[in-house]
Design a binder for this molecule. Structure first.
Ligand code: GLN
Length: 319
């Protein structure tokens, strides 16, 4: 990124942070009771290039639960461990147009529709290998550690809150058990799923994860191959087609950035070959996407020509 572009980006995110700050549209996702206790006014924007240049504004170090953004990373883990064919047997790749927690399956293929809705994500978590729960938790921990550079920590209150109230996810899981899509260690898998969703991340962390995925799986600062380039490609495809749930079509049309959101208020965006952008603002809309986060991405995409198919899209580290 040139100095001019960097300054322009910095000024723009500062300006957007100021402009959108007063917008209190949406509400925290209180269907997980503990999430109702988060400070709804927190707001952060961060960006990181594939060569490790980092910019942020607002509460970018404040940590929140990753929620559904975990689904993208877990999908990568499943693909790396089991390969495409085995994963595709259980989870398809088609966007549903239904809400993230819909109790629907791909009836034709007897599998979950895609890995970004809860059904698919639970089926992906079921694929985590290990001898018993501790071993499986350790496998997920190690995956997070590669992305974050430190041991992941769950928000134990949010984890417990979802464990106590996540009956809709339970319904989805048992439906999949009845169809033979997942194994019969259902409660263990659900607990692992709730734990992966309760992992704490900052907006800065998400920007780094975005830069890693934008860089074909290579961490921009450590140089470590966190996930293979092949798998990274599949993760990005799914992020583009299914990452924003039933808003994915509109998102692809207007923003055009592979992305994943979570009801904790985070959005992770990936600009292939360029870097990562992340936002955090806990008030979400009817789709479960952060209201101010969506607005930031719309504006950044427009102002910097970041849509994947924009002829002016920046695509080298020098632009
Ligand atoms: N843990 C949440 C759930 O399963 C994740 C949903 C989300 O972030 N959209 O309901």
């Amino acid at each position: 990124m040139t100095v001019e572009r960097r300054d322009w980006f910095r000024t723009t995110i500062e300006q957007l942070h100021g402009e959108l700050g007063p917008d209190t549209t949406g509400a925290t996702a209180d269907y997980i009771p503990e999430l109702a206790n988060v400070d709804p006014d927190r707001f952060a924007i961060a960006g990181e290039t594939i060569d490790g240049q980092h910019l942020d504004v607002g509460d970018a170090q404040h940590r929140f639960t990753i929620q559904s953004i975990s689904k993208l990373l877990m999908y990568g883990l499943a693909l790396e461990t089991h390969g495409r064919d085995r994963v595709l047997e259980r989870v398809g790749v088609a966007p549903t147009g239904d809400s993230f927690n819909a109790i629907t399956l791909d009836e034709h293929g007897n599998r979950a529709p895609n890995p970004m809705v809860n059904a698919g994500a639970i089926a992906i978590t079921d694929l985590v290998e290990g001898d018993g729960v501790d071993d499986r938790v350790e496998t997920v921990r190690r995956m997070y550690e590669r992305y974050l550079g430190h041991r992941p920590e769950p928000d134990r209150a949010v984890w417990a809150s979802e464990r106590a109230t996540g009956h809709r996810n339970r319904a989805i899981a048992y439906l999949m058990l009845s169809r033979g899509i997942i194994d019969d260690r259902v409660e263990e898998t659900l607990d692992l799923y709730f734990a992966q969703c309760a992992v704490l991340v900052s907006t800065d962390d998400l920007a780094t994860i975005g830069a890693t995925l934008a860089n074909h799986g290579v961490h921009p600062r450590t140089g470590e191959q966190v996930v293979s380039a092949e798998v990274c490609r599949d993760m990005l495809t799914i992020a583009l087609t299914c990452g924003m749930y039933d808003y994915a079509g509109e998102w692809a049309f207007t923003v055009g950035i592979p992305a994943k959101s979570g009801v904790g208020g985070g959005i992770l965006g990936i600009l292939p070959g360029v870097g990562g952008i992340a936002t955090f603002s806990p008030r979400v809309d009817e789709y479960g996407n952060s209201v101010r986060g969506v607005r930031v991405f719309e504006e950044l995409s427009r102002r910097f020509s970041l849509h994947l198919f924009d002829p002016e899209r920046p695509w080298t580290r020098t632009t």
